[in-house]
Design a protein around this ligand. Structure first.
Ligand code: ADP
Length: 220
């Protein structure tokens, strides 16, 4: 489905979102106050505008409220990030994602009505740390305060050459296997109960963070 996105701020974060959305065939307007950044994205984004987003008249004249989703990707300048989020909200943008620099910034963004607040550095730090402390967790995503999704490699022979039905992870470990990654190219999504787990398979599991950790200890 095609959506209209507007990205305000073309640092590493905003720029990466822009490129990925364009690759996914979406319409993307980008805005930055830096001429250099705007020139860089002129031939990438659908539209590139050089303007200070803190100017409400500019946001209005661009028809910001007609965008399905606005991403406030201003990094360093916390005051600008807050003001732009507030104005976009007041102008009636249906969905705003805002990037937070720290916990206080995140709280303010949530209070003033950002629909989603992201902390890319903190979240990526956590993902990498989980990978570093566990030999089997390849990737890790917090879904909420309580639940996580993890990709865990099976290196314990005890769990191999057995079907998911026999392994019964849901009853024994309270986690659900949502997919199995096998080798470089094979991804078995929603595996059936009869699927046999092989050594070095990577299980994508969802469950409470404690249960996921517990399973990680056993699978290795
Ligand atoms: P990152 O950590 O993602 O690289 P930066 O803080 O380096 O983030 O980049 C944020 C971008 O937002 C910069 O390109 C900056 O010019 C832009 N920016 C900051 N304030 C405004 C504003 N008021 N209006 C438009 N763009 C802005």
């Amino acid at each position: 489905m095609k959506k209209n996105f507007a990205i305000i701020g073309l640092g590493r974060f905003g720029g990466s979102i822009c490129r990925t959305l364009i690759e996914a065939g979406q319409e993307v307007l980008v805005m930055d106050k830096s001429e250099e950044r705007v020139n860089e994205y002129m031939n990438i984004a659908t539209h590139a505008v050089m303007a200070n987003a803190q100017d409400e008249a500019t946001l209005k004249s661009l028809g910001i409220r007609n965008f399905d989703h606005v991403i406030v990707a201003i990094g360093e300048d916390i005051q600008a990030s807050i003001l732009v989020t507030l104005m976009a909200k007041e102008l009636g943008v249906p969905f705003i994602t805002a990037k937070a620099q720290n916990e206080y910034h995140a709280r303010v963004l949530e209070k003033i009505g950002a629909d989603k607040v992201v902390h890319p550095e903190r979240d990526m730090g956590k993902r990498i740390a989980h990978h570093l402390v566990s030999k089997n967790i390849l990737d890790y995503l917090e879904l909420s305060d309580e639940f996580s999704l993890a990709e865990i490699r099976v290196t314990n022979k005890k769990f191999c050459q057995k079907s998911l039905l026999t392994l019964n992870f849901r009853q024994k470990f309270n986690v659900t296997v949502v997919a199995i990654r096998r080798g470089k190219n094979e991804l078995i999504v929603s595996p059936s109960a009869s699927e046999i787990v092989l050594i070095e398979d990577c299980l994508l599991v969802v469950g409470s963070t404690d249960c996921v950790r517990n399973l990680d200890d056993k699978l290795g």
